[in-house]
Write a protein that binds this ligand. Structure first.
Ligand code: OGA
Ligand code: NI
Length: 349
């Protein structure tokens, strides 16, 4: 048995074998978006998406319009980058001022993840608050970091991101319709969107029983669109009982999940599910999540039109940019206490 650095070891209740059903036959829905070309089927697709957001907080889409070649190109070029010696990779390392770039020591809930990542903003430059202090209105402008080699890395990433963002807004419109809201209800929140996408590489791990690729977490965004290869490892916690079960890799599908902002906007109607990544001892795995984030100055709070005397707001509002920079702090180092979570904004009843 190989030793594993202490920083990677999950508490027993969070390990891969805890509370999970590996052969769970039940599955999150796989929705074929080409059905939107049939006017008679559009409403069915919208209600299937709504049901999935409510029951699971997760679904998969196929025929979604993001070309499979664009994803493969990112995977191939980034693999060349990840295989470079560490002294090359750290030339584009992310830091506490600018979260873009390469990183290999991310922490989720104060335990280190078994992965390497590369983060890229959709908008370059991107504007974010310069500090976590709520009184400080200062802003910071940050730029993507691009490696010199491989030379087509930047182009491959930008091409993929363009497609992913387009699909993210299409899905946002469908989600909006599923709530009985106008199609473009959310659009104003994205004028200075902080969206980014990430390339995750999970190397083979000597102790997959003790470490996780990503520890259990909810995504802090609006929605996430995840491309994954055929290896598998993503697990979600079921809304009804918290049991963990795997998301089956479907060729060329994208896994879509609801993030904290959508959960708050819908006052908990739509569910932001906890998820995690289990690693294995033989095969490396790649995934590419695109995280749709609102502008830094958006105050995220339950939408008025979804509230009623029977359904009072369950969250206090919060400024998105401040939440984002506070969350980012814990990615870099082990904090003594759990970092800010969405439940900190719950209204106590
Ligand atoms: C994430 C995430 C899942 C995966 O990066 O937030 O949940 O399968 N990734 O890589
Ligand atoms: Ni996630």
């Amino acid at each position: 048995m190989e030793d594993l650095d202490q920083t990677f070891i999950q508490a027993p209740e969070h390990r891969a074998d805890s509370n999970s059903i590996p052969n769970q036959p039940e599955e999150i829905p796989v929705i074929d978006l080409s059905r939107l070309n049939d006017p008679e089927d559009i409403q069915n697709v919208i209600s299937e998406i709504g049901d999935a957001c409510e029951t699971w907080g997760f679904f998969q889409v196929i025929n979604h319009g993001v070309p499979c070649d664009a994803r493969k190109r990112v995977e191939e070029t980034v693999k060349i980058f990840f295989d470079l010696p560490m002294e090359e990779k750290i030339k584009v390392k992310r830091d506490e001022v600018n979260p873009a770039g390469y990183h290999d020591g991310e922490h989720t809930k104060n335990v280190r993840d078994w992965k390497e990542v590369f983060d890229i903003y959709f908008k370059d430059p991107m504007v974010m608050p310069s500090s976590t202090d709520p009184e400080d209105e200062g802003l910071r402008v940050v730029y993507n970091k691009w490696p010199q080699f491989p030379s087509d890395f930047r182009e491959a990433c930008q091409e993929y991101a363009g497609h992913a963002e387009k699909l993210a807004f299409r899905l946002l419109e469908l989600i909006s319709l599923s709530l009985g809201l106008p199609k473009e209800r959310f659009h104003d929140y994205f004028k200075e969107q902080m969206s980014f996408f990430r390339i995750n590489r999970y190397p083979p791990c000597p102790r997959p029983d003790l470490a996780l690729g990503v520890g259990h977490h909810k995504d802090a965004d609006v929605i996430s669109l995840l491309a994954q290869d055929e290896v598998g490892g993503l697990q979600i916690s079921r809304r009804s009982d918290g049991v963990w079960f795997p998301i089956r890799p479907v060729p060329n599908a994208l896994v879509i999940n609801i993030g904290n902002c959508m959960e708050v906007w819908t006052n908990d109607k739509y569910w932001s599910a906890e998820h995690r990544v289990v690693v294995n001892s033989t095969r490396e795995r790649y995934s590419i999540p695109f995280f749709l984030l609102p502008s830094h100055n958006v105050e995220v709070k339950p939408l008025e039109e979804l509230l009623s005397p029977e359904n009072p707001p369950r969250y206090k509002g919060y400024k998105y940019g401040k939440f984002y920079v506070s969350r980012n702090r814990s990615d870099f180092k082990k904090l003594e206490i759990q970092n800010i979570q969405i439940d900190d904004f719950k209204v106590v009843t």
